[in-house]
Design a binder for this molecule. Structure first.
Ligand SMILES: [Zn+2]
Length: 280
């Protein structure tokens, strides 16, 4: 049911909360949420694993867009919501942070031991030999292979790619794994049509099962990947609190919902908890 930030503070004050965050937490850092209020801005459909691995032209398009989009992701700064989560963790009120985001902004704000459910854009994996390399390293190699590539960035979406013309895409050269000599490189993120590694899912379930509160921040819980943790908490009688702009598919399971911008709610939550001296 709809509640106030004060009521939310009462739940968080008990400690042992597990945060589950989604794209809505990063919109105020300039990374739009394609399922949220700004969803209409999205012009392309998300890449699927099947398309990425099975269609060379689609892969070239992905990397051309992603090469430009990465500059925006790499430049993005954590916002007041990310900083509030890090603060709650430093105050000892959180027993875990799970994020569906692939932008690294929780960690940039100072949060530790963040479980990146869908991976991270700052790593790249070879699908042949499993070698991992940093996105910065790939960025250097892509710049070398495309010294004159300079297309206008017109839009960016949460996958970290941008819209580009066909002629821009056609002249973009992708690179392969140097370790095994030719393996297909893929960002170390979970694409649509791909499953989250089982060990990572179990780690999250274990956190949720021992939590006193599941605190959902900025996720519409559209995909089962995140919603299953809400269902598990509800089944075990662990209260769920949801802060999101707009309705979510978890609202029916929530003890408390706050429908407001996270950059406003979370600093207010921190202020109320600091005032009450919880865990000081
Ligand atoms: Zn390789």
């Amino acid at each position: 049911m709809a509640g106030t930030v004060g009521e939310l503070a009462g739940l968080v004050a008990a400690g042992d909360a597990v945060v589950l965050s989604g794209a809505g937490l990063s919109t105020e850092s300039g990374i739009p949420d394609y399922r949220g209020p700004s969803g209409a801005m999205r012009r392309s459909t998300p890449m699927t694993y099947q398309t990425f691995t099975g269609d060379a032209a689609a892969r070239q398009r992905y990397w051309a867009r992603s090469h430009l989009g990465w500059r925006t992701i790499a430049r993005a700064h954590p916002n007041a919501g990310h900083r509030a989560v890090a603060h709650l963790q430093q105050r000892g009120l959180l027993s875990g942070v799970v994020t569906q985001n692939v932008d690294g902004l929780h960690q940039a704000a100072g949060a530790r031991d963040v479980i990146e459910l869908h991976g991270s854009l700052d790593r790249v994996v070879c699908l042949n030999c499993g070698d991992l390399l940093s996105r910065d390293e790939l960025d250097r190699r892509l710049r070398q292979a495309n010294p004159d590539f300079d297309a206008a960035v017109t839009a960016i979406n949460p996958d970290g790619d941008v819209d580009l013309s066909d002629s821009d895409v056609d002249r973009f050269r992708i690179v392969d794994c140097q370790t095994c000599g030719g393996g297909m490189l893929k960002p170390d993120v979970v694409f649509f049509g791909e499953t989250v590694p089982a060990g990572r899912v179990q780690e999250c379930f274990a956190l949720v099962e021992s939590a006193r509160l599941l605190l959902v921040l900025g996720s519409s819980l559209t995909v089962m990947s995140g919603r299953r943790f809400v269902l598990r908490a509800a089944k075990l009688g662990i209260p769920v609190a949801i802060v999101n702009q707009g309705p979510t598919r978890g609202d029916g399971y929530a003890a408390l919902t706050v429908d407001a911008p996270l950059g406003t709610v979370l600093p207010e939550l921190v202020r109320l908890l600091d005032l009450s001296g919880v865990a000081a």
